[in-house]
Design a protein around this ligand. Structure first.
Ligand SMILES: Nc1ncnc2c1ncn2[C@@H]1O[C@H](COP(=O)(O)OP(=O)(O)OP(=O)(O)O)[C@@H](O)[C@H]1O
Ligand SMILES: [Mg+2]
Length: 255
């Protein structure tokens, strides 16, 4: 099982859309995927029609419930979900006094049957707090969705500092699978400028495929379907499919 954290502390950078769409695109390729919603906003959960789950996930983080007991099926083949909701916001405070606070998720994942899934995808909240750090400690690799705005490049720099530090202290094997440009609109000057800036700063870390700006994404969420199901022939579907292929190839190479 490959564990991918989808992280960027900048809000609205495309994490949840990427977590859900990549999960669905990998599932479509016959991979068994477990999507874990680690954001108390619960956007990945509501995408699949779940408005609860936070209390159960909180109990997992408190060591009172096995992660396996929180997994739910979805109506989509090969795709399972650990949902969450608002109450999961309590996790940060609850873990503050736990000396092993950063290892909780890794420990719980280790208790799962690792042969049941090919990929676990962790949708992180827009912070670099205890929950995101748990994901980065548990993950094999990180995907960093980034909106092409100038602010987002500072966010990426901060995230990479955290990753470098965590490699030294908690998770030496953590890889950066790549920076994924989301809501890409190649027609605007700003987008091209930021892309150039990112390419100069991070060159080979930028994934060779971007996700185009596509209105069908918001519709797909409203209809509670991954974009690859809601509109299989949309630009975003083809972009996420291509990224799934890349992710599969890179994950396989690391294995
Ligand atoms: N390729 C795209 N085309 C158009 N809209 C998009 C695209 N990707 C994401 N969006 C929209 O941008 C907004 C933010 O996306 P998303 O929720 O995936 O970001 P996020 O990083 O998970 O946000 P948060 O930090 O709040 O968790 C959403 O309204 C989503 O519908
Ligand atoms: Mg999100």
């Amino acid at each position: 099982m490959k564990i991918l954290a989808i992280a960027n502390q900048k809000g609205g950078s495309g994490k949840t859309t990427t977590a859900v769409s990549l999960a669905a695109a990998l599932a479509e390729r016959g991979r068994r995927v477990l999507l874990v919603d680690l954001d108390q906003q619960g956007n990945a959960s509501t995408w699949f029609g779940h408005a609860d789950g936070g209390e159960e996930l909180l109990n997992v983080f408190l060591g009172m419930k096995p992660l396996a007991d929180t997994i739910r099926g979805t109506e989509f083949e090969n795709l399972s979900l650990v949902p969450t909701s608002r109450i999961f916001a309590k996790a940060d405070l609850a873990l503050v006094t736990d000396p092993d606070a950063l290892f909780v998720l890794r420990r719980e994942i280790a208790r799962l049957d690792a042969t049941a899934y090919d990929f676990m995808i962790l949708d992180c909240p827009p912070t670099l707090g205890i929950v995101t750090t748990n994901a980065l400690v548990a993950a094999d690799a990180v995907v960093v969705p980034t909106e092409p705005t100038s602010l987002s490049t500072t966010g990426v720099a901060n995230l990479f500092e955290t990753i470098t530090r965590l490699r030294e202290t908690h998770n030496p094997a953590l890889e950066i699978l790549g920076i994924l440009l989301c809501r890409y609109d190649g027609r605007t000057r700003l987008t091209r400028d930021i892309e150039d800036k990112l390419l100069t700063a991070y060159s080979d870390l930028i994934l060779p495929r971007s996700i185009r700006q596509n209105v069908r994404i918001a519709e797909a969420h409203a209809f509670r379907q991954p974009i690859t199901i809601y509109d299989p022939s949309s630009a975003a579907s083809s972009d996420y499919r291509a990224v799934a292929e890349l992710v599969e190839a890179r994950a396989g190479r690391e294995a």
